[in-house]
Design a binder for this molecule. Structure first.
Ligand SMILES: [Zn+2]
Ligand SMILES: [Zn+2]
Length: 170
């Protein structure tokens, strides 16, 4: 475009606005995790996960039933009490599906970062650790002190990104 011909003198507001709109890597991957979560099939909670290494996406996952099995939104959730809390047992969690998808395609997730809309539960934390993922970044907390303790003991970094930093609406 004509007005960008000489970048040294380009002071157009349009260009500045575009640059401001460019997200950080954390914002970028967390926005994608939220987009992935829209594919969730459990009405209780929509969770999305994105596994990244060297600023490149390796795999994604959302919470949903195993392939070919009925969805919560069609047949209802399968509720059980786990650790004193109601929990839907019909679905695989987003983090689990992301790791499984990597295995399905023969992709190593070792030394990667997992972006997740929600803090991983105890089982997901164990899987994340054994998959060799080195850090988790999440937005929404999940009250599971045992999962936090396990991550701490196992040297897995679990970092909460604030809503504002990730530009995610609460
Ligand atoms: Zn469900
Ligand atoms: Zn989980």
């Amino acid at each position: 475009m004509e007005r960008f011909k000489d970048p040294a003198v380009d002071t157009s507001g349009e260009h500045t606005a575009l640059k401001k709109a460019r997200p950080s890597w954390d914002e970028y991957f967390m926005r994608i995790a939220h987009e992935v979560a829209t594919r969730s099939t459990c009405p209780r909670l929509a969770v999305g996960a994105v596994v990244v290494r060297d600023k490149r996406i390796l795999t994604t996952g959302y919470n949903g039933s195993p392939s070919g099995m009925p969805h919560c939104e069609d047949v209802g959730c399968l509720i059980r009490i786990v650790d004193g809390r109601e929990s839907c047992q019909r679905t695989l969690h987003a983090e689990q599906n992301a790791i499984i998808q990597a295995a399905y395609h023969g992709v190593s997730v070792r030394d990667s970062v997992l972006y997740c809309t929600h803090q991983p539960c105890l089982l997901c934390t164990k899987m994340i650790m054994n998959a060799g993922i080195e850090e988790v970044r999440y937005v929404v907390g999940y009250p599971d002190p045992l999962a936090m303790q396990l991550a701490d003991d196992g040297g897995l970094n679990v970092v909460q990104l604030c809503h504002q930093a990730s530009r995610i609406e609460p």
